[in-house]
Design a protein around this ligand. Structure first.
Ligand SMILES: Cc1cc2nc3c(=O)[nH]c(=O)nc-3n(C[C@H](O)[C@H](O)[C@H](O)COP(=O)(O)OP(=O)(O)OC[C@H]3O[C@@H](n4cnc5c(N)ncnc54)[C@H](O)[C@@H]3O)c2cc1C
Length: 357
């Protein structure tokens, strides 16, 4: 296949994975990002990085689990090939609930079974739970274990993706706003530039062109303590939103996230901080002595059906609506677009994601 000149707009997880997959297919990538290369300004910076296709079934539909399971395999293949080390772990997820929230874990187990993934879950009684997570066994009599599931640390992944692109010859333009995009063409500082393909991965900034895209606000915090040891992400059943506590390198624990129908980026509220911290404390009282390292707010780019979408207008592709699954699903979307560009048609099994204009 002839090498194509491809412009990718946006260096969030969507744009970076699209760029990587296409670069590895032999194309010349030009990446345009209006923020700086610190990559601390966007939704992807704030995401928890959970790769939990089955746990997500408490809210999501079955396709998300199928796609997420396929994407998890892609991450496992790609991460070891990146230019820098990335923290990724696939030790499964443990779901625990206090008595009043137990219906939530039962509902999740039923959903997983009903969707045909029953072989990936197992109820654990206290002794088995103690083997997996010794520090939780005195607080919970049982847990639901889901595997294979995992998590990836955005703070090591995003710079590793950028560095890999840079080393392999991509042209990276940070602090560069794309003013307009069209089929095979972008405008930067009033100048038009031609490409074979343009990929619009601007997240919520694409709302003008995608009027049914909305923001779903999420607040999330990072704690630090040497007093707690968890071996894998813990999903705490919570009456209002899916809540994870994710152990990260250097004694950090990510606790999140809220899910609120709002596109406000105002700082996190006291109520949300109280809820997240109460959940953390209820999981493990030693977290009461942890330091609060960060508390962040961002809005997830979301379509009404909560599914991602690839919209094609000739040689302009808009890839958006990753909602709460940007980390979970982005490799699969990248693989889908790479197949389209290679074969001139999208893979049939991903037809549901496709929206020709
Ligand atoms: C609190 C929270 C927790 C989450 N947890 C998880 C999780 O555990 N697992 C998971 O899979 N997902 C999670 N998500 C969801 C995930 O973070 C998002 O789906 C993902 O970050 C969306 O990525 P994106 O690249 O589409 O958008 P963004 O990250 O917003 O990137 C878009 C980029 O485009 C750039 N841009 C915009 N306009 C222009 C322009 N005109 N020119 C140049 N550049 C432009 C922006 O500056 C930005 O860098 C979470 C989200 C939140 C908020």
């Amino acid at each position: 296949m002839r090498q194509q000149q491809i412009a990718v707009i946006g260096a969030g997880i969507t744009g970076l994975t699209q760029a990587l997959w296409l670069q590895r297919q032999g194309h010349q990538i030009s990446l345009f990002e209006r923020g700086s290369d610190r990559l601390d300004h966007h939704c992807s910076h704030v995401g928890a990085g959970m790769l939990a296709p089955y746990c997500e079934l408490s809210e999501a539909e079955t396709d998300i689990a199928h796609w997420g399971a396929a994407a998890l395999t892609l991450w496992q293949r790609v991460v070891p090939t990146l230019a820098r080390p990335v923290h990724m772990s696939c030790a499964g997820t443990l779901v625990v609930a206090h008595h009043q929230d137990r219906a939530g874990s039962n509902h999740l187990a039923e959903r997983v079974d009903h969707a045909g993934f029953g072989e990936h879950q197992r109820w654990l009684q206290r002794d088995e739970l103690r083997e997996l997570e010794p520090e939780l066994a005195d607080r919970f009599a049982e847990g639901l274990y889901l595997a294979p599931e995992g998590e990836i640390d955005p703070r090591s992944l995003l710079p590793a993706l950028v560095e890999t692109l840079r080393q392999d010859g991509a042209m990276l333009h940070f602090a560069t706003e794309v003013e307009d995009q069209a089929s095979g063409q972008i405008t930067v500082q009033g100048q038009r530039h031609a490409f074979d393909w343009v990929l619009d991965c601007r997240g919520l900034a694409a709302r003008e062109q995608m009027p049914d895209l909305r923001g779903v606000r999420g607040e999330i915090m990072t704690l630090h303590t040497r007093e707690v040891r968890l071996n894998r992400p813990i999903r705490m059943m919570h009456p209002r939103y899916p809540l994870y506590i994710v152990p990260r390198p250097n004694h950090r624990f990510v606790v999140g996230a809220t899910s609120i129908e709002s596109d406000s980026l105002r700082p996190a509220t006291v109520r949300s901080a109280l809820e997240l911290l109460s959940a953390a404390y209820a999981l493990h009282p030693a977290l009461a002595e942890a330091e609060i390292v960060e508390m962040n707010t961002q809005c997830r780019p979301t379509f009404p059906d909560h599914l991602p979408r690839i919209t094609q207008q000739d040689h302009l592709l808009r890839i958006n609506g990753l909602y709460r699954h940007g980390y979970l699903l982005s490799p699969l979307l990248a693989e889908t677009v790479a197949t389209l560009i290679r074969d001139q048609r999208p893979p049939a099994e991903m037809a549901r994601l496709w929206q020709p204009l």
